[in-house]
Design a protein. Sequence first.
Length: 142
Amino acid sequence: MSIGNTPGSSLARKLNLLLDTAEAEGRKVSYNDISAAMKAAGTPLSRGRWHYMRAGTGPAVKKVELLQNLAEFFGVNKNYLRDDGDDELPARVEAQMELLTTLREKKVRNFAARQLDGLTPEVLLQIRNLIDQQLDGHDEND
């Protein structure tokens, strides 16, 4: 989903991060899961509203109870999703995002290694070391 600079873009970014984090933790969260939880919490959520909240394309969501119930569903601070809430990533979300980044880097390395099949082990080690040096140098410059 493309998230621009709209009134709901901050909420959309946060919701999508929470969904990615849940997936990284092995929970595939569907709209039906969220809808059932919100209905049980007394803040029903339509599929259309969920879509525009995730896309950041609709009006800003002002219903505090809905935002707090969504935050509770994902296990983060109840004010995390509010516009005036804490914009800092919850520690669990931040840790999962770092893990995902590491896993993606390893997948790239493994893919490259498979593509270089037939090279001597020495050459493969040199290539791996060059990649590691580039990644380590990139992290220092960020």
